[in-house]
Design a protein around this ligand. Structure first.
Ligand SMILES: [Zn+2]
Ligand SMILES: [Zn+2]
Length: 145
């Protein structure tokens, strides 16, 4: 079955004909501060799988304001301010947060919890999906480009 996952805003469209390589519920503090959500549904695509039209309209800023030299850049629309994706300067992945980056609610669900930190005092998720303190141990980063 071929799929077509598309997101973005009225000015910039993102699209993938391939499934994400990783989908998790992220518990990290950076996602919390960027999205304002207690947990964040995050999908990683192979960098070449997620295409972007009108890339000249993108504004780039560090995803982690406390680590401006980090590899991930938050890409927002210069016309309307909508976040459209996270782009990896090392060319490995592009990541999206489906519910704030214009994707359909039918977007594939997260398969596990990532970056869960018991020291935050947040109760450990008990929805039956694996709970990891980082990414899942068998996740392999695609090669740099
Ligand atoms: Zn996160
Ligand atoms: Zn826009």
């Amino acid at each position: 079955m071929s799929i077509n996952l598309s997101g973005g805003c009225d000015h910039i469209k993102t699209n993938s004909a391939e499934n994400p390589i990783d989908i998790h519920t992220c518990h990290c503090s950076v996602c919390k501060s960027v999205t304002g959500q207690a947990t964040t549904h995050v999908a990683f695509f192979n960098h070449g799988d997620l295409t972007v039209d009108n890339p000249q309209k993108i504004n780039r800023q560090p995803f982690n304001a406390n680590n401006p030299g980090g590899p991930l850049e938050l890409c927002t629309c210069s016309d309307c301010g909508t976040p459209v994706m996270l782009d990896d300067k090392m060319g490995r992945i592009r990541a999206v947060v489906p519910n704030i980056m214009g994707f359909d609610p039918s977007f594939p669900a997260a398969t596990y919890h990532a970056f869960y930190d018991p020291s935050t005092g947040v109760p450990k998720p008990d929805d039956g999906r694996p709970v990891c303190e980082g990414l899942r141990s068998d996740f392999v980063w695609p090669p740099e480009k």
